[in-house]
Design a protein around this ligand. Structure first.
Ligand SMILES: [Fe+2]
Length: 376
């Protein structure tokens, strides 16, 4: 026993004696023990990662949402040559201002000032706002301030409502609600799977949930509504007409202008009826349609429309490198068409990224206003 204790004792002594005798070549210049080197690298990488994340978050919160650009687009309508003025028709599109008022007032006024700078001395024919004027009723004051900030249009101002003009949402509840919906659907599917298929499905569940969220409008719980009557009246008093499932004939024979401007109610929260919007328009007349939600492109009436102007998507709002828009908030739009111009059959479609946002973050989907030039 004593012999064993001696052995254990000597082993302990031997073990303790190993560390001090590590070769000097393992000590870094500063004298830190070698085992600290990976720790230092890890701490350095964690710090760099944290700093990068904080920098990107700061940029997405404070810089990009404020960096509004004035972009220009020309759309050619050769078949409408006899109905467009010789110099074409210029439309200034605002959309998705999402004004909250309250604590966001100062930030929103900086955006309005920026738009005033961008549009100073701009000459154009029509001012349009394609919805989500407000996030909350308290944002109305800033809507009127925005309209005052741009030069007055030569021929008139028109708008349509978006889903946020009608409804408040608890967006922080969207992902858990969508997880519950997704899991219920998964359980239903699991019932028809054999054990091997269930195992395989479990392995890809999270990946498929991410895809589901990416391709489905966010399901925020409805928590209240805005006063659309007050919004309509305030806009009318300012001089902007809301085109609620109807069209107006823009007819100026002296300057060869003869086209229809139509508007459709919001796809998600309104009562959209494109048939009603277009019902008074004669065959062959050129039609420009205002629709907050670009999902209107799924309507069978779309071929009767020459140009659709939309917003709603915010250009994905957060566009992840090598992955694309985090979210599109639409069902029928191809992901690559989340913003900008494209053709859907004979119809020209333009989707603006908008000038505001509900969650005040943008990354690689900067805010914009657009001057659209319709010409033959
Ligand atoms: Fe919006």
């Amino acid at each position: 026993m004593t012999e064993m204790n001696d052995m254990i004792g000597s082993a302990k002594v031997e073990a303790r004696s190993i560390s001090p005798t590590q070769p000097a070549t393992c000590l870094p210049d500063g004298g830190a023990p070698a085992r600290h080197v990976p720790l230092l690298w890890g701490a350095g990488l964690a710090f760099a990662g944290g700093a990068l994340t904080a920098g990107m978050l700061g940029y997405a919160l404070l810089i990009e949402p404020m960096d509004i650009r004035l972009e220009r687009l020309t759309i050619r309508l050769p078949h409408a040559a006899a109905r467009l003025p010789a110099g074409g028709l210029r439309i200034l599109q605002l959309t998705d201002s999402h004004f909250h008022g309250g604590r966001r007032t100062a930030r929103e006024r900086k955006k309005i000032d920026r738009i005033a700078d961008l549009t100073r001395d701009l000459e154009y024919d029509l001012l349009v706002h394609t919805g989500d004027f407000i996030h909350f009723d308290a944002g109305l004051e800033n809507v009127l301030r925005l309209l005052d900030a741009v030069p007055p249009p030569r021929l008139g101002a028109f708008g349509v409502f978006g889903n946020h003009d009608y409804t408040h949402y608890a967006m922080e509840e969207a992902l858990p609600r969508m997880w519950r919906t997704y899991r219920a659907e998964e359980r239903r599917r699991d019932a028809g799977r054999n054990p091997v298929q269930r195992l395989a499905a479990a392995g890809t569940r999270w990946l498929r949930y991410v895809q589901y969220v990416r391709n489905t409008p966010l399901d925020g719980r409805r928590t209240g509504s805005n006063n659309t009557e007050a919004l309509t009246v305030a806009l009318a008093e300012w001089g902007m007409t809301v085109l609620h499932n109807r069209a107006l004939h823009l007819h100026r024979p002296d300057e060869r202008l003869d086209l229809y401007l139509a508007g459709v109610d919001d796809v998600l929260e309104g009562r959209p009826h494109l048939g009603d919007s277009l019902s008074a328009i004669p065959d062959g007349a050129p039609v420009v349609l205002l629709s907050h939600n670009p999902d209107i492109i799924a309507s069978p009436q779309l071929p009767y429309v020459d140009v659709v102007l939309s917003g709603h998507t915010h250009g994905g709002q957060i566009v992840v490198p090598f992955w694309g828009p985090a979210h599109t908030q639409v069902e029928y739009l191809a992901r690559e068409n989340v913003s900008g111009y494209f053709r859907q059959g004979r119809t020209h479609v333009y989707i603006s990224r908008g000038l505001g946002e509900g969650i005040p973050l943008r990354f690689r989907a900067g805010p914009q206003i657009t001057l659209i030039h319709l010409t033959a």
